[in-house]
Design a protein. Structure first.
Length: 332
């Protein structure tokens, strides 16, 4: 592959790259815009009101966010999906009279497949699953960042806190949530050609399903880990200890990774153009239990869930993970 991108490329490829750049740069652009506006003294009263609104009054992140259908349907998200390209594989219909918890695997570096599938209509989720309204959940800390919080809420993102999850699941039929189960810990294992899942000790989303009677829908993204090159640190290294400390203090961590640039292919923050196949599996029915569920019940449902994740892998690995260096592993 050449170092620099060709000068002459089809316009559709330029549009695809631009659509991905919109998402990748959203945090930086939001932050820069906010600080720039802070330099204009005539805007200070509005900025103060906005910050007070965020800190004291706005509860939208805990109640499903503020999704804008027109933004989720923006044509740019179709170009976003075609950049890789991404493909949605549907294994079963979902009953719109029920609520669902989609468990997305793996986390990857920044969960691009989860965003495209559940945060936009780039893969036509609403047409494929009529009556189901997904909310992609993320850390509460993301909703403390001015402007960026409003941007991600426009996509239908909401806080991953328990109160937020229950508020959405109890707000009506079809209202559903998507949790990237492996979280920050799993991002540290996002090496190309592998699929190491942090799932053994993840009981929170299982308990949430039992307490709310929400069906579990395992979702496996083949190729999510192939979008960036990961420089993994040894568990005994100082780098790894620093990453773990950041995760403990802030709830997230930043793995060392490398993608490509806008005009060259060797390094940068853009993901590489590699196919991603998102398989939305069959729902696992969960009966609602009043009171605290027993450990035995949670472990039983967790086993069913893990078995279904493994089953999805076995069904599709020889088709969508041909270049794998190892099979799926449940590491912790």
């Amino acid at each position: 592959m050449p170092f620099f991108a060709p000068i002459r490329l089809p316009i559709r490829r330029r549009l695809q790259t631009a659509a991905v750049l919109v998402w990748i740069s959203a945090l930086a652009m939001s932050t820069l815009t906010f600080f720039y506006l802070c330099t204009i003294k005539y805007l200070w009263p509005l900025i103060i009101i906005y910050l007070l609104w965020i800190l004291m009054f706005d509860q939208a992140p805990e109640h499903g966010g503020r999704a804008f259908r027109w933004w989720r349907n923006w044509v740019g998200w179709t170009y976003f999906a075609k950049y890789f390209p991404m493909t949605l594989i549907k294994e079963a219909d979902l009953d719109p009279s029920k609520n669902y918890i989609f468990g997305y695997h793996p986390h990857g570096i920044i969960s691009l497949g989860a965003f495209c599938t559940f945060g936009t209509e780039g893969l036509n989720f609403s047409k494929r699953f009529p009556g189901i309204t997904p909310r992609l959940l993320t850390l509460q800390s993301n909703f403390s960042i001015p402007f960026y919080r409003d941007y991600i809420m426009a996509h239908g993102c909401a806080s991953v806190s328990k109160d937020s999850c229950e508020s959405i699941l109890r707000s009506g039929p079809g209202q559903s949530i998507t949790i990237v189960v492996g979280g920050a810990q799993e991002s540290l294992a996002a090496k190309p050609g592998t699929l190491d899942l942090t799932l053994k000790k993840r009981m929170g989303f299982i308990k949430l399903a039992v307490e709310n009677g929400a069906s579990l829908v395992p979702t496996v993204a083949f190729g999510e880990n192939d979008l960036y090159e990961l420089y993994s640190a040894k568990h005994t290294s100082k780098t790894y200890r620093v990453q773990q400390l950041i995760k403990k203090l802030f709830g997230f961590t930043m793995p060392m990774f490398m993608g490509r640039g806008i005009f060259q292919y060797e390094f940068g923050l853009l993901p590489r153009r590699r196919p991603v196949f998102i398989v939305i599996g069959k729902p696992i029915h969960v009966e609602k239990v009043e009171g605290a569920p027993t450990t035995e019940l949670l472990q039983e449902i967790q086993k069913k869930y893990i078995d279904e994740v493994m089953s999805i892998w076995d069904r599709y690995k020889d088709k969508y993970a041909v270049g794998r260096s190892q099979d799926l592993r449940i590491v912790e």
